[in-house]
Design a protein around this ligand. Structure first.
Ligand code: CMC
Length: 392
């Protein structure tokens, strides 16, 4: 009953007005505040891009310096929060750890519900973006039973991620050359990854953050809800799933059989890293990253057999009517998994890095929402399919 529009997956419903990210799925366009993401990945860095997303415009040189100083002020994670990591069972999923620690921040940093207190919103956003780097790194350190490493002020955001995760100017395990040039190259690739994942309109996790925030909940708790939503393989877990898929396929010769299994929907298997709710032509992030990955792995001298499998798979799918008719193209995660693996990031850290980047989008969208006049709690309706009213 009820005269509601049935829209499973909210495919036909705009749930908000936003001035942050523009997507044109038919033409493969993705812009942050009007700037194409590939331009930002080429000419900007993650910290400046974060300022753009949060504030609406690129910073002046003075604003950029002040923003970096503010982030530095908040980079270190509270010792009592660090204690949390020691309480997790061995092998706890990294996203479970991130979800718990970010959620716990709400206990450490209460925020008033005054929509006019923009200062407080900025502080919450700055604190989250700054601390998320160490929060992510600590997951790896704890897993490997290694001591805590604190951020350095002379390093960029991406360099600090590597430093706090892997140690003093060393690189992820697997990278052969441990010189400064290689360190900078890997950090630049991570920076591009962070920029391309910083926001993406009303995806599942961002919508989750907005829904949680629409009840005026604490922003750290809202971002923890976003982490939970990102965890799944249909969303943030996709790049990890891509690697598992490539490993399963093993060799380019096995690609045709795998593609056939996907088309037959054998055991519900999908081509991971393919398809997108919005992009029905190409994903501009995938285009940029696909080229970058080859360049970086080439410079690093990494020979990954999975790259050949990925290329064969892409070729097969792009020429197969099944995928063409359904408008299924590689999405960004098809390539990011290969890049992250190539530069030595452990597979179980992939989604954590996605969350690190998307924190900027989540908190920018939260801020935009709570500061818009007439905030309404998000409360969808349903089509009831249960029992009719009956007597006991
Ligand atoms: N492999 C094979 N078939 C697919 C795929 C795929 N990856 N994606 C969609 N299809 C088919 C699906 O079976 C259906 O065909 P049919 O009508 O015959 O049943 C048709 O295409 C439409 O699928 P859908 O599930 O209704 O499409 P959606 O818009 O709801 O799903 C998606 C979008 C991203 C969840 C889906 O394409 C998918 O599961 N992709 C693989 C996972 C993945 O790579 N996720 C990362 C998305 S990008 C990163 C992000 O933004 O989080």
């Amino acid at each position: 009953t009820g005269c509601f529009t049935y829209d499973p997956g909210l495919m036909e419903t705009a749930t908000c007005q936003s001035g942050i990210t523009f997507l044109d799925g038919d033409n493969g366009v993705c812009c942050y505040r009007g700037y194409p993401v590939d331009q930002l990945a080429q000419h900007s860095d993650f910290v400046t891009t974060a300022y753009l997303l949060l504030h609406g415009d690129l910073p002046t040189p003075e604003q950029d310096i002040a923003w970096r100083r503010e982030l530095q002020k908040y980079m270190v994670v509270n010792t009592r929060l660090v204690e949390f990591y020691r309480s997790f069972p061995d092998g706890a999923h990294p996203m479970a750890q991130m979800n718990s620690v970010v959620g716990a921040m709400s206990a450490f940093f209460p925020v008033s519900l005054d929509p006019n207190d923009k200062e407080q919103h900025i502080t919450a956003a700055t604190r989250l973006i700054a601390k998320m780097n160490m929060i992510a790194a600590l997951i790896y350190r704890t897993d490997k039973n290694k001591s805590v490493i604190y951020p350095r002020q002379d390093l960029t955001y991406a360099e600090n991620f590597m430093y706090m995760t892997f140690g003093d100017c060393t690189l992820p395990p697997g990278v052969v050359n441990h010189d400064m040039e290689t360190f900078k190259l890997v950090a630049k690739a991570i920076d591009a990854f962070l920029i391309l994942h910083a926001d993406h309109e009303q995806n599942a996790s961002t919508s989750t953050v907005r829904i949680a925030g629409s009840s005026q909940a604490n922003p750290y708790a809202c971002v923890a809800a976003g982490v939970a939503s990102l965890w799944g393989p249909a969303h943030g877990g996709a790049n990890e799933a891509v690697i598992q898929m490539l490993e399963k396929i093993g060799r380019p010769e096995n690609v045709p059989q795998f593609v056939q299994d996907v088309k037959n929907k054998k055991d519900g298997v999908r081509l991971m890293g393919f398809g997108h709710r919005v992009y029905k032509n190409f994903d501009p992030r995938a285009k940029y990253f696909g080229e970058l990955v080859i360049d970086v792995l080439d410079k690093l001298g990494v020979e990954d057999p999975h790259l050949d499998v990925a290329r064969a798979l892409q070729e097969a799918a792009l020429n197969d009517p099944y995928f063409v008719e359904r408008k299924l193209y590689p999405n960004v995660d098809f390539w990011t998994g290969i890049m992250l693996r190539g530069i030595g990031i452990p597979t179980n850290m992939f989604t954590v890095m996605f969350a690190l980047a998307r924190t900027v989008g989540w908190i920018s969208q939260w801020k935009e929402m709570v500061e818009q006049p007439g905030l309404k709690i998000t409360r969808p309706r349903q089509i009831y399919i249960g029992q009719p009213i009956r007597s006991m």
